[in-house]
Design a protein around this ligand. Structure first.
Ligand code: GUN
Ligand code: ZN
Length: 428
């Protein structure tokens, strides 16, 4: 008989999107809740006593005062940039040329790719991130390494071969044809296998020719069930460069739209400097925007406008290694601070939604990112008093939001007491 587990602690889950309905209707907190897991999924939830009575056969894991929630979902990352995180002093294009491209060059070596993939998942899991959507490099070996490591750990994960056929150094360019062929082969091999999904991945218009964007648009039309990820309007000088490269395009988004790359299932990272037309078109197309706040401040890109979350799906992401942390707690803190700079105070429920269910929705992964019956049991337990500074502040809290907010603003991997992947506890 499969083992049934009952997790006890505080629980936090979502009924709805706190950007669209009031927080009290969107989020549900239970100060003593229970979550029953069986066969990798959540099979029941409710009050702790009620769950104990209803499931006397379950093995009990009591997390005490810890807050049990969905694991974090990082909607945009570059696992090959793990070793160059926190590289000093450059803006986007210089940063790519100086730090990123030389490092990405190394991923043709399957041993190196495997080593970094393992390190990367050690770091993300230690930070309570149970699903990532990552770019790889131009090398199929880098995609193999990522998916093999994710599969071995039983993770739900999304990734794709990064395609670049121009404005990148020798040794780091593919062609329109090889990008199509390699992406197609990798997609065929990995998409839908275990808990893995494929995202067709043109890096961004400056590094993909019209021919390559067209080839990847054709591939997506052949495989409409997978995702497509790319970058959009991250820095003003990048936007100006795209205008020079594509004088016929109406705007940056149009360089993708012209090749069938703007629709539901498209994930646009950053999307800071949008025109009115771009914003309207993205909303009509039901594409997702991915907010990368630590990256946007670290590389000096700009202040994302969170008000778009009222109109279209928005995910939250570290964007490592342009982002400066592997922690989605640090990332929520940065999202809060950037919204403050734009005159908007994001509620802790909105921040937590973005890091869990919001990102899962943006990635079209309805089976993760929440505590609900039938969902996959990718969960974490948060210690809301993980450091002396956090603890003394949380001690004053009168509501769950006041108790959680110090951990959002000041927490890191020390706040992650436990991680469950498909119901399996990773430590302790
Ligand atoms: N735009 C194109 N490639 C990248 C990348 O690797 N990181 C970030 N932040 N922006 C990009
Ligand atoms: Zn990125």
């Amino acid at each position: 008989m499969p083992q049934k587990t009952l997790l006890l602690g505080q629980t936090l889950r979502f009924h709805d999107d706190p950007f669209r309905v009031p927080v009290e209707e969107a989020a549900l907190h239970d100060s003593r809740g229970g979550v029953v897991i069986e066969g990798g999924r959540i099979v029941a939830l409710g009050g702790a006593d009620e769950m104990r009575r209803a499931h006397p056969d379950a093995a009990v894991t009591d997390m005490g005062d810890a807050l049990i929630t969905a694991g974090f979902v990082d909607a945009h990352a570059h696992y090959p940039q793990t070793a160059i995180i926190a590289s000093w002093g450059k803006r986007l294009i210089d940063w790519l040329n100086t730090y990123t491209f030389p490092e990405e060059m190394r991923f043709g070596d399957p041993d190196y790719a495997a080593q970094i993939a393992a390190l990367y998942f050690d770091l993300t899991l230690a930070n309570g991130t149970t699903t990532v959507c990552s770019y790889c490099t131009i090398h199929p070996e880098s995609v193999e390494a990522f998916f093999a490591e994710a599969a071995q750990r039983g993770l739900r994960a999304v990734a794709g071969k990064t395609c670049m056929d121009r404005n990148a150094p020798d040794g780091l360019r593919d062609t329109a044809q090889s990008a199509y062929d390699d992406s197609k082969a990798l997609l065929g091999r990995w998409h839908g296998r275990d808990r893995l999904g494929y995202a067709i991945t043109p890096r961004f218009s400056p590094t993909s020719s019209e021919e390559q964007l067209a080839a990847l648009g054709a591939l997506w039309a052949e495989h409409p069930g997978c995702l497509m990820q790319t970058h959009l309007s991250e820095q003003t000088d990048e936007v100006a460069w795209v205008r020079d490269l594509h004088p016929q395009a109406r705007d940056y988004l149009d360089t993708y739209e012209a090749h069938g790359l703007v629709r539901e299932g498209a994930l646009f990272g950053h999307a800071i400097h949008l025109t009115e037309r771009e914003r309207r078109r993205l909303g009509e197309a039901r594409s997702s925007l991915i907010h990368c706040p630590t990256s946007n401040s670290f590389i000096g890109s700009g202040l994302f406008d969170m008000s778009v979350a009222e109109d279209l799906p928005v995910g939250l992401a570290t964007d490592t290694g342009g982002g400066s942390s592997f922690s989605m707690l640090r990332t929520m803190a940065a999202a809060y601070e950037i919204a403050q700079l734009r005159g908007q105070a994001l509620h802790p429920a909105q921040l937590y939604w973005l890091a869990t269910r919001g990102s899962a929705t943006a990635l079209h992964l309805p089976m993760i990112g929440n505590i609900e019956v039938g969902a996959e049991a990718d969960l974490i337990a948060l210690d809301l008093a993980s450091t002396p500074a956090i603890s003394q502040r949380a001690a004053r809290a009168e509501t769950v939001w006041e108790a959680l907010f110090p951990t959002i603003m000041m927490g890191d991997d020390r706040a992650i007491s436990q991680v469950w992947v498909a119901g399996r506890a990773l430590s302790g």
